[in-house]
Design a binder for this molecule. Sequence first.
Ligand SMILES: Cc1cc2nc3c(=O)[nH]c(=O)nc-3n(C[C@H](O)[C@H](O)[C@H](O)COP(=O)(O)OP(=O)(O)OC[C@H]3O[C@@H](n4cnc5c(N)ncnc54)[C@H](O)[C@@H]3O)c2cc1C
Length: 482
Amino acid sequence: MDTVHTTPRVVVIGGGITGLTTAYRLQRLAQAQSRPLEVLVLEAQDRLGGVISTQQEDALLMEQGPDCFLSAKPWGLQLCTELGLTDRLIGTTTAHRQSFIVRAGRLLPVPQGFYLMAPGSWRGLLATPVFSWRGKARMALDLLIPRRTATTDESLAQFVTRRLGREALERMAQPMVGGIYTADPRYLSMQATMPQFLDMERQYGSVIRAMFARQRQAATAAAGTSGPRYGMFVSFRQGMQTLVQTLTAHLPPASVRLQTPVRRLQRRPDGSGWLVHVDGQPPLEATAVCLSLPAPQAGQLLHDAQPALSAALQGIAYASSAIVNLVYAKDQVAHPLNGMGFVVPAVERRALMACSFSSVKFAARAPEDQVLLRAFVGGALQPEQLAQTDAAIQHAVLHDLQALLGLTGPPRRMSLTRHPEAMPQYHVGHHERVAHITALLRTCPGLHLAGNAYHGVGIPDCIHSAETAAQALLDVLPGDAV
Ligand SMILES: Cc1cc2nc3c(=O)[nH]c(=O)nc-3n(C[C@H](O)[C@H](O)[C@H](O)COP(=O)(O)OP(=O)(O)OC[C@H]3O[C@@H](n4cnc5c(N)ncnc54)[C@H](O)[C@@H]3O)c2cc1C
């Protein structure tokens, strides 16, 4: 065992955005309260950031994981403000705000006023070729269908087919909502992912009626203001790595150990803390532990110490995906790229799930004469894609992009990043599953969970979960102010 500690020590396992934020917040809170505390982050890889990774080369800025975060959830922007990053934030460009959706091999604009799955104006719905007339008529029936009275959870597929019809599911909700979670809509929990649409049904008896009312309210509110400072999505001029680097810079260097995969957790024999088992050294003693890992990996570490909690954590499914960054000369692309990107409904039967026009979406991501595209493959609907070699995935992506964007010639550069088992799947009953995990956790003093598996998958959600865990950890740690 390592040296016995008088100063309380928190071991944070996982150095992604969740683990780094947990460690940062713990240090800040302890400093503010003048409490002695040692924080140690153990990360399996040789780099920090987890799925966040930015590659900068030859005037190109390529995001190999997330490329932005939502401004509407406050925790991301609040942390950036605290870290002094406000000047380094950027919004999406304003030139081309529309997005596209593929139908019969063509890119069609997402109908005006649509929000994720439902129309916000009759004009937008009537004018769009994304849906057939039959599909549009079925959507309008939402105005007449009685509201559901049961309060049990249902899947995205059940909700959308019940209210708006199968075409709305296949052509819009699956690629738009399912795409965010790389999920299968037959299993995705409405309560855990789209509660605002359940509220709409409850309050207005119709999703469309609610959408129209909300659009009117938004227009009235917007008339009296100068608009939000940022758009819906925010990133950093130098890419998402900025957040990782800045958080890391705020941690004492000795508080991070790379290439240190944790193998197992064990309660200390006297029950007063935890032993953290890593390769090639005696177990590390911890007063408390925060597991900032994907839930199944957290579960594996608890296999011996907490079998019931371990099984519950491993019950949260994850999906794999890959991102392919591609660079073309502008004159190789026939499509005007007058939008942020496009999504591909699964019924189109293509390898590609979605593609961002990165150099249109954000300024200064590629030289003026080049375009940077970011293609997504895999997810819960196409796990077989990830079983292929990198070359086969890239070939499939090129095939689809050539057909959809009219590309000529090979890309100037192409790189693929895999994200195995990185996106949690909030299946129907997710809230109950998390409540069960929370109840089991109460029997494990000094053990905390944070990350994307529980209360939201986005970066602001992870930051929030990290800050909540840090506060909870500090509340129960021994040690008076010095
Ligand atoms: C492809 C993709 C694109 C996304 N795009 C967006 C987006 O644009 N905007 C947005 O808001 N969100 C996005 N998300 C979601 C968001 O990025 C993630 O939910 C979030 O970054 C997860 O952070 P984390 O720290 O919880 O987990 P991770 O980033 O997975 O980090 C976990 C860390 O734990 C380490 N680890 C694992 N096992 C061990 C062990 N035994 N011992 C020690 N260390 C271990 C891993 O190496 C890793 O570094 C995206 C997610 C994916 C997968």
